[in-house]
Design a protein around this ligand. Structure first.
Ligand code: ADP
Ligand code: MG
Length: 753
């Protein structure tokens, strides 16, 4: 029992302990609940404060304010637009080109720019409105959620207080039932843990709610910030609008000012114009008065003029008839004049032709008087080839007063000769050419000309005829002269110049320009019965310039160099002929002329002794001597005007028959070597020259001259001119005068008609 009592005491003590414990826990819990309640209240207050602080009403207010501002801005804009319209509607003062119009367009541009900006601002404003609306909606949502949270919290509080109450009641009942203290304690313990859990749950929820509130606050803050931003933007926009308005105002003011000034200008101009017009008007009035008085005085004059005019009109009516008559008579006169001119022309043409004939006749006469065969000598200078010593000394001298005399010292004996002209070694190519120039130009007039270079080998024949490329001789100069002369006459005459080149070697005629230089050419009578000669197959090149001639010469030269191994030697033993034919037509009369220029570089005239030559050389020498003798004979016969001229005695004379006979002209250039060792050949050449020249007219002298010619100079050879050939006679017309040979004249003067 005591044990039980002891136990009971222990239990009571323990119960008291528990009791006190529970009491403490309960008070603690109550305190906690109190605290929670306080917290809840404070939170509710906070929430309500927040609501009142930032709640929908504030935002709404702000929004309303913004909307009002917006509305105000819209109204302002509308006002501005209306003003603008008004301004636009105002009549534009026509002041084109003035500086105001430019300014006004600038202002207008600025205005449209401002309008654009206003429209942009409007867009921005509406965007902001939309944003504000969205934010308001979100705020309402947040409020709703807050309300829900508060309701939940209230419910939870209620539940908790209910449970607290239940716990109190349970404790009370436990107190009443002391035996099952253990259980009660246990239950309390269990209950207490449950409460704790509930408390912790509510605490976490509370925390969660607090977090949400904080989040909401953050959102609210952000929104506030945004609102503030939009507010600032609105302020900015308003400031801009104000600025634009001010600018608009200013522009408007400027425009008004300009309009005013323009108006003033206009008025001023009108006034000035008016004043000017008045002055002018006055002057016009005065003029008018003058004109009136003039008119009054002019009226009688007008009357007389009208009378005159009527008279003239009557005359004019009769004018066509008069004109016709005048025309008829003038036509008749002109016709008559033309006829007269025509007949005059005919007469002139006839006279011209007669003059031409006369000129020709006179020329022939002149040639006859002067002698159509002239002989000149040209002495070449002493050259290196002449060597040195007594043999190479000069043996030729000249007469300072007479250029036709030449003196030769032969074997110590002085011999003198008189020719038509003597050229000293100092004479240039041009000097020599000057002497023959007239002959060459006569070729254009239709005369035949022969120029021979005669002399021993090395005396300068080729130099005189061909010359050197730098210093050309007669050949090239002659052609050049022909070209220039022909060109000068080109307005009246048409000319055609051709050249042929041939050589005669051992009495064989060859074409130097032909494709077959070996071919022997024959001289034939023209089949037309004209008595003229021609060489079938002889190449003729038409030339128009010096270049053409050079080409022709080069071609001929190449032909000869391929043909003969020693051209120099061959050249000195053959006669080289350049035959230039000039054919012309007189454009006005149709008269045709043909002139032939024969330029002959003869073979060397040196004599070869019978004993010193054999075979080919002897044959060559014989041919050369025969042909040169024949040439001398022909010239002698021509100068002495013999009935018969032995042209056919050599190929050379036969070929040149046309150019030696008739009114042809011949020039013999006798080339002379001046040195001592050549004096015997020089003497021979000069004797030949003098004889050719001194063949005189008159049958007696003629015969003696001819006799001495043949016997003295060609003792070693058969006289070449002794057997005249019947064929030659046949086409050298009979009669005493060569100038009347019909063949040659016919050839040179043939009118085309
Ligand atoms: P040919 O033809 O009579 O045999 P060339 O004309 O060949 O003689 O002349 C012989 C040499 O004398 C050549 O070298 C030539 O240049 C020269 N010669 C001839 N005549 C003159 C002159 N008047 N002036 C200068 N040199 C000349
Ligand atoms: Mg020569």
């Amino acid at each position: 029992m005591s044990q039980l009592q002891e136990e009971l005491v222990v239990l009571r003590e323990r119960l008291a302990l528990h009791d006190s414990d529970r009491q403490a826990t309960t008070t603690q819990l109550q305190n906690q609940v109190e605290n929670l309640k306080e917290k809840l209240i404070s939170q509710a207050q906070e929430v309500s404060r927040l609501r009142s602080e930032l709640g929908g009403t504030d935002v709404e207010k702000h929004r309303d304010r913004l909307m009002v501002e917006n509305e105000q801005l819209r109204q302002e804009l509308r006002r501005c637009e209306a003003e603008l319209q008004e301004l636009r509607a105002q009549p534009v003062v026509p002041c084109q080109g003035c500086e105001h119009s430019q300014e006004s367009t600038q202002l207008r541009d600025r205005l449209s720019q401002l309008q654009l900006e206003v429209a942009e601002n409007k867009g921005m404003l509406s965007e902001l409105n939309l944003e504000v609306q969205q934010k308001t909606d979100r705020l309402a949502e947040v409020e709703l959620r807050l309300k829900d949270c508060l309701a939940e919290k209230a419910q939870e509080e209620e539940r908790l207080s209910r449970r607290l109450r239940d716990s109190h009641e349970t404790i009370a009942s436990l107190k009443a039932q002391s035996p099952p203290v253990k259980y009660v304690i246990k239950t309390v313990e269990v209950e207490s843990s449950k409460t704790k859990q509930a408390l912790s749950e509510s605490q976490t929820r509370n925390q969660h709610l607090q977090e949400q509130v904080a989040m909401q606050r953050q959102v609210l803050k952000e929104m506030e910030q945004q609102l503030q931003n939009s507010h600032q933007l609105t302020i900015q926009l308003r400031a801009q609008i104000a600025m634009y308005e001010a600018e608009l105002e200013r522009a408007h003011g400027q425009m008004l000012e300009e309009m005013q000034s323009l108006e003033e200008d206009k008025n001023r101009a009108i006034e000035e114009a008016f004043a000017r017009a008045q002055v002018e008007m006055k002057a016009v009035h005065e003029n008018l008065a003058g004109v009136r008085t003039n008119l009054l005085t002019l009226q009688p004059a007008l009357r007389t003029l009208t009378n005159d005019y009527n008279g003239l009109k009557r005359q004019v009516r009769g004018f066509p008839l008069l004109l016709q008559e005048a025309l008829r008579s003038v036509k008749a006169e002109i016709g008559q004049a033309i006829e007269e001119v025509n007949s005059n022309n005919q007469e002139l043409l006839r006279k011209y032709r007669r003059e031409l004939q006369l000129r020709k006749k006179c020329h022939n006469e002149l040639v006859r008087l002067k002698g159509n065969i002239r002989v000149i000598a040209r002495v070449r200078p002493v050259t290196k080839e002449d060597g040195e010593g007594p043999e190479a000394t000069n043996a030729v001298t000249f007469d300072p007063d007479d250029d036709s005399i030449i003196h030769l010292l032969h074997k110590g004996k002085p011999v003198s000769f008189e020719l038509d002209k003597v050229f000293s070694p100092w004479a240039s190519q041009q000097d020599v050419f000057q002497e023959v120039q007239a002959l060459i130009t006569s070729c254009i007039d239709g005369f035949n000309v022969c120029i021979f270079a005669y002399g021993q080998t090395g005396a300068g024949k080729t130099y005189t005829m061909e010359g050197t490329p730098e210093n050309p001789g007669i050949n090239q100069r002659a052609l050049q002269l022909l070209f220039s002369e022909v060109q000068e006459k080109a307005s009246d005459w048409q000319y055609n110049i051709t050249v042929s080149a041939a050589e005669i070697y051992n009495e064989v005629l060859r074409d130097l320009l032909g494709k077959e230089p070996q071919e022997k050419l024959e001289i034939r009578l023209c089949p037309d019965g004209s008595g003229q000669l021609y060489v079938p197959g002889l190449t003729e090149f038409q030339v128009q310039s010096v270049d053409d001639i050079n080409k022709v010469f080069e071609f001929g030269y190449n032909n000869r160099t391929t043909e003969f191994t020693n051209l120099n030697e061959h050249s000195s033993r053959s006669h080289a002929l350049l035959i230039v034919t000039v054919r012309g037509v007189d454009c006005s009369t149709g008269l045709r002329t043909t002139g032939k220029l024969n330029l002959v570089d003869l073979a060397g005239s040196e004599r070869v002794g019978k004993s010193g030559a054999e075979g080919n050389r002897l044959r060559e020498a014989q041919h050369i001597n025969r042909s040169l003798s024949a040439l001398g004979d022909v010239i002698a016969a021509l100068r002495s005007r013999q009935g018969h001229v032995p042209f056919r005695n050599s190929k050379l004379t036969y070929l040149l028959q046309d150019s030696l006979s008739g009114d042809s002209k011949t020039l013999m250039v006798v080339q002379v070597s001046p040195v001592e060792k050549n004096t015997s050949e020089t003497l021979y050449s000069l004797k030949f020259a003098e004889r050719v020249r001194s063949v005189e007219l008159g049958p007696g002298s003629r015969r003696t001259e001819l006799g001495s010619w043949s016997s003295q100079e060609h003792l070693e050879w058969e006289p070449a001119c002794q057997t005249p050939q019947p064929t030659a006679r046949a086409h050298s017309a009979p009669g005493s005068g060569t100038s009347s040979r019909p063949g040659s004249i016919r050839r040179k003067l043939q009118p085309s008609a």
